[in-house]
Write a protein that binds this ligand. Structure first.
Ligand SMILES: [Zn+2]
Length: 116
């Protein structure tokens, strides 16, 4: 087995999972370190330096480039989508990455189509 190098360390397990699945789509083998520990107690994340995303040394350069692309388009940067529920008229707000998806209205429980 080739040597693993850490190409990113992130605070949230969800973010590490996103990076992992994206890298896997590019055909890279990805390992997470300390993710189980942090999933149990995310306060530990700071203490251990976050979830480490690791790849084989030969893939490190490609992986770093992909991670850079992911971090450039963080979902948090997308402006939120605001619209009214078609059933109860409640003003709803969802994160930008939910665009074009289906969500549940927290007030009346109806499914709502999030506009593009
Ligand atoms: Zn509603």
């Amino acid at each position: 087995m080739s040597k693993l190098v850490t190409i990113a360390a992130v605070q949230m397990v969800a973010e590490a999972d996103l990076i992992k699945s994206t890298l896997e789509e590019h055909g890279l083998e990805v390992y997470l370190a300390d993710d189980n520990l942090i999933a149990m107690d995310w306060l530990l994340s700071n203490a251990v330096g976050g979830v480490k995303v690791q790849v084989a040394a030969k893939d490190a350069e490609a992986a770093r480039e992909i991670v850079e692309q992911i971090q450039k388009r963080k979902p948090n940067d997308a402006p939120p989508v605001v619209f009214d529920c078609q059933d109860c008229g409640q003003r709803l707000e969802f994160p930008g990455l939910r665009r074009g998806g289906v969500e549940t209205c927290p007030r009346c429980g109806s499914y709502v189509d999030v506009p593009e």
